[in-house]
Design a protein around this ligand. Structure first.
Ligand SMILES: Cc1ncc(C[n+]2csc(CCOP(=O)(O)OP(=O)(O)O)c2C)c(N)n1
Length: 285
């Protein structure tokens, strides 16, 4: 299929008008088109939340899973068929709260997939409870007098957990975000992209304008993404700016490269018609 609409679905998104998820959805499609991929070559898994609905609205293989469990599903997809391009996505509540354990281990496991987190600082679908990345002082339905907890730094966590591609994008710049996602897909191993996502309904003070006044490209500053310490410094910068781009890029081998059983062909292509699992079952009882 040659046309640029091959990733569109007949169903239309139900996100709020102006939701940052539209920009993220566009960026994913732009990335897939720029890499000349076909729908059958891509699988997207998601968690639960407004963000988790993406697989319904991009025409590729999709799995809308449980809250916080997008990464285990994506890992299974990739190991069963490592020829697929696998994207995992979900919200900040999904990935940095319930799914946090999976996140840390996915960083160090380094399975070749791209993880996109729609980071809006709030639980959108359940109408506005503060998430782990919510700012101090953020008044939400669960923190009516303002959040008192320290907001999590997902990029720093990913870098220290061993991730080899750590980036941040902005939902209001889908052109640049699309390029980051395409870089993430091309990187061999786990690629993590935290996306500053506008939530017009439940975190409206962080509007498009608010972000536009603060985001700046790391690349334009001559940032060296091969230096882990500089990457951490960029995360913890305290000058009011929000850098976007690739913070850290390493070159550790992907998990699959250490699995000889995947060398010949994907597991789903292995002929198992003559495999008798009864002896194994008997051994277990
Ligand atoms: C195990 C489990 N716990 C809680 C919920 C309720 N729940 C549904 S969506 C959601 C939060 C979604 O927030 P986030 O992950 O930030 O995504 P957003 O909606 O902002 O995109 C929660 C807590 C659930 N569905 N399953």
């Amino acid at each position: 299929m040659e046309n640029a609409t091959r990733f569109n679905t007949k169903a239309k998104p139900t996100w709020c008008p102006g939701c940052g998820n539209f920009g993220i959805q566009n960026a994913i499609k732009k990335a897939l088109l720029s890499l000349d991929l076909q729908p059958h070559e891509v699988a997207i898994s998601s968690g639960i939340g407004c963000s988790g609905k993406i697989p319904h609205w991009i025409n590729v293989y999709g799995f809308h899973g449980l809250h916080g469990r997008t990464l285990p599903v994506a890992t299974g997809l990739k190991l069963a068929n490592h020829k697929l391009v696998v994207i995992a996505e979900g919200g900040d509540g999904d990935g940095y709260s319930e799914g946090m354990g999976h996140f840390i281990h996915a960083c160090r496991r380094n399975v070749d997939m791209t993880y996109i987190v729609h980071n809006n600082g709030v639980y959108g679908l359940t109408t506005g409870q503060v998430s782990p990345t919510g700012d101090r002082g953020f008044a939400s339905s669960t923190t009516p007098h303002g959040a008192i907890e320290w907001p999590l730094q997902p990029l720093a966590l990913a870098i220290s957990a061993g991730a080899n591609f750590v980036a941040r994008g902005f939902s209001g710049d889908s052109e640049r975000l699309g390029k980051l996602i395409s870089e993430g897909i091309q990187h061999r191993g786990f690629s993590f992209i935290d996306v500053l996502q506008v939530c017009v309904s439940f975190n409206p003070s962080k509007s498009y304008k608010w972000y536009q006044q603060r985001v700046g490209n790391l690349e334009d500053e001559g940032h060296d993404p091969t230096d882990r310490t500089k990457a951490l410094e960029a995360v913890f910068r305290d000058d009011g700016r929000l850098p976007i781009g690739v913070f850290y890029r390493g070159s550790e081998p992907a998990h699959e490269e250490g699995l000889p059983q995947l060398a010949a062909e994907p597991l789903v292509k292995h002929d198992i018609t003559d495999v008798d699992i009864r002896p194994l079952m008997e051994e277990q009882v």
